[in-house]
Design a protein around this ligand. Structure first.
Ligand SMILES: [Zn+2]
Ligand SMILES: [Zn+2]
Ligand SMILES: [Zn+2]
Length: 318
């Protein structure tokens, strides 16, 4: 399975200096699957087995469906019914030859996701993939990431577990925050994952025009060490990514006023997001190249990422 080391990514790598000038970058390979961390494997919960929809005339796209209506993704075998099954979101996504989004520079916000075509309300856009880890493993990682001084990492609550795309993930990681987002995160029960795990996908919450940036509300609580100013420029912008500091609310100062040192703080924060995005992509490409070298040399293929100097962030998206 390939991660990011595609021809397009290499081209992007060569163009990386242009990213800093806000220019378009090449599309990513997005054929990435979840990776199960040892802490997930060690969890003693049994796997959830989803049953096929019992109504053979149901194509599993309506609220009446046994599974679809309860945010449960049907197992593959459901497709063998007379009416077929369209509730195979993650499988369907993997089979799409062209995705409905592009990954490119979002100027000061770093790398972002953009609509490659018109996207309809409720359309499934992208799964949120990464390493599936336990909550206790997340605590350990948070400490490590904090010690490394990295604030741009995006662990996501996934039921009883977490998805951490810091060292291994797909393009969903590049979805930027907005106070008026056009996507929301939906959680799904999927077959053959441990009970209590929820798969995450970003879904359009409105009709989206081609070229529009695809955004999500990170929903962070305010944290004096990690909270950053927001650059979404929406009318209802709170001025902060997530909740503003309590003092700002008291002073009715939550609005996005870019004056004096605040503007400077914001500039630094966003510059660092850009660096973080680029470092992430570079690490991915290097890890894949090393893996390819090893395979070529006949050595055993490893995850190859243990030494990556990547980090994690305090807040957890939910
Ligand atoms: Zn059904
Ligand atoms: Zn079905
Ligand atoms: Zn905002």
């Amino acid at each position: 399975m390939k991660l990011f080391a595609t021809e397009a990514d290499i081209t992007w790598l060569k163009l990386d200096s242009k990213v800093f000038k806000g220019e378009t970058i090449a599309k990513f390979n997005d054929d990435v699957l979840p990776k199960l961390h040892a802490s997930y494997e060690a969890d003693e919960a049994e796997n959830a087995i989803v049953r096929i929809c019992k109504n053979k005339y149901c194509d599993c796209t309506t609220e009446d469906c046994d599974n679809y209506g309860r945010d449960i993704v049907c197992p593959k075998s459901c497709a063998k019914k007379a009416a077929g099954c369209q509730n195979q979101l993650f499988e369907q996504y993997r089979k799409q030859k062209t995705k409905c989004f592009l990954v490119k520079s979002s100027g000061k916000k770093g790398i972002g996701l953009f609509a490659a075509r018109t996207i309809k309300k409720n359309e499934f856009i992208i799964p949120y993939h990464g390493e599936i880890i336990s909550k206790s493993e997340l605590q350990i990682r948070k400490e490590k990431y904090r010690a490394n001084g990295e604030t741009h990492t995006y662990p996501f609550k996934a039921g009883r577990f977490c998805i951490d795309p810091t060292e291994y993930g797909n393009s969903a990681r590049f979805g930027n925050h907005s106070c008026d987002p056009n996507m929301h995160a939906k959680s799904y029960v999927v077959s053959d994952r441990k009970r209590g795990f929820k798969a995450i996908g970003f879904v359009a919450n409105k009709n989206i025009r081609k070229g529009t940036e695809l955004t999500i509300d990170y929903g962070y609580d305010y944290n004096p060490e990690t909270s950053q100013r927001c650059l979404c420029r929406k009318r209802n912008c709170k001025g902060w990514i997530g909740q503003p500091p309590p003092a700002a609310i008291d002073r009715n100062d939550g609005q996005n006023r870019q004056t004096g040192s605040k503007a400077v703080t914001k500039k630094i924060a966003l510059g660092s997001k850009l660096m973080s995005d680029c470092r992430y992509v570079l690490n991915k490409i290097l890890a894949d190249l090393q893996k390819a070298e090893k395979t070529k040399a006949g050595g055993a293929s490893t995850t190859g990422n243990e030494g990556a100097e990547e980090n994690l962030q305090d807040a957890v998206l939910e």
